[in-house]
Design a protein around this ligand. Structure first.
Ligand code: F6P
Length: 343
């Protein structure tokens, strides 16, 4: 068997740990070799790959990013026939199994290739944790830890200056990072894409809190959070090859509203890509390793068209179609628990 790996979409701490685990598990079988396509589907289309072996995948466990590079290239964009060039490239590289590591976009492509008869096993990846059919994705916990550390730091400076601090975190469609980091950091409000927020109500709550003796407040806002219609607008940005809007700007717009409506001095911190960089936490290294080993075992067993996932504490195989059908939105019960601590 010759396996072709690729990493697609936004990078994420733990990608390299998956690559290492796939190769290490595969090398326990006879005559298994590996190559890594460069820059996601872009490298498959361009026929650019590197050999992967024991040596070239050594020391990858703690390393952030992806040694293969990544992109948001979509072989099927604008109605293109993505299957033929992928098949040709696989033939050139001598690859008979693909293991793409990615989110709904990368795995959506994998599903189309599977439907065309190409042997594929998917590995879920997104720091947003919004991919279906898996309880958690690696990288999420690392992002939450980074955001929590930042919120802790914002607390002390907020308190010293009597300020409202708005901390904008990632989360395009789902407020998992915002809710976990907000709960862990003791936020006074958490704003998520799943629930449009009322800025007037928020400001009233902040006023009550500040009248009751607190001189500062911490608000965590997911980049995809939106105010209720007609209240205020945020800046629209461009879109990528999968049609996703590039977000950013809600933190600034919100801070301006808060300052205007409450008179409280307000500052914004946009954590951005800091959340995706650097070394994965121990939890994410273990999850990534388990996913990599399980993906290779699915390939060895000839089980294709599946994605490995986490169900409770078990690693499972699920149909790719189930994984990409709809995003996994925030658990409403978790948000209710977080809201017990809101201002
Ligand atoms: O999908 C993961 C993610 O980190 C989102 O949270 C964020 O909106 C997006 O990627 C940012 O993408 P880029 O790195 O292309 O700016």
């Amino acid at each position: 068997m010759r396996v072709g790996l690729l990493t697609g979409g936004g990078d994420c701490p733990g990608l390299n740990a998956v690559i290492r685990a796939v190769v290490r598990r595969g090398l326990r079988e006879e005559s298994t070799t590996f190559c890594g396509f460069r820059s996601g589907w872009a490298g498959v289309l361009a026929g650019e790959w590197v050999e992967l072996d024991r040596k070239s995948t050594s020391a990858l466990l703690p390393r952030g990013g992806t040694i293969l590079g990544t992109s948001r290239t979509n072989p099927f964009s604008n109605g293109a026939d993505g299957v033929t060039p992928v098949r040709e490239s696989m033939e050139k590289a001598g690859v008979n199994v693909l293991i793409p590591i990615g989110g709904d976009d990368t795995l959506g492509v994998a599903l189309k290739l599977h439907e065309a008869g190409i042997p594929v096993v998917g590995v879920p990846k997104t720091i947003d944790n919004d991919l279906g059919a898996t309880d958690f994705t690696f990288g999420f916990q690392t992002a939450v830890q980074i955001a929590t550390d930042a919120i802790d730091r914002l607390h002390t400076t907020a308190e010293s200056h009597n300020r409202v601090m708005v901390c904008e975190v990632m989360g395009r469609h789902a407020g998992w990072i915002a809710t976990y980091a907000g709960m862990a950091g003791g936020a006074d409000a958490i704003l998520v894409p799943e629930r449009a927020f009322d800025v007037d109500a928020l400001c009233e709550r902040l006023k009550v809190r500040h009248k009751s003796g607190w001189s500062f407040s911490i608000i965590v806002v997911a980049e995809g959070a939106t105010p209720i219609e007609g209240s205020f607008s945020t800046i629209a940005q461009d879109t990528d090859a999968f049609g996703h809007a590039r977000l950013g700007g809600i933190g600034d717009a919100l801070a301006q509203q808060i300052e205007e409506k409450t008179g409280f001095e307000t500052r914004v911190t946009v954590l951005g890509h800091v959340q995706r960089g650097g070394t994965p936490t121990a939890y994410d290294r273990v999850l990534a390793t388990r996913f990599g080993v399980a993906a290779m075992e699915a390939a060895i067993g000839g089980r294709f068209g599946v994605m490995v996932g986490l169900s409770g504490t078990d690693i499972v195989e699920v149909a790719l179609a189930d994984a990409v059908s709809s995003p996994k939105l925030l658990d409403p019960g978790l948000y209710e628990t977080a809201s017990v601590f809101f201002a």
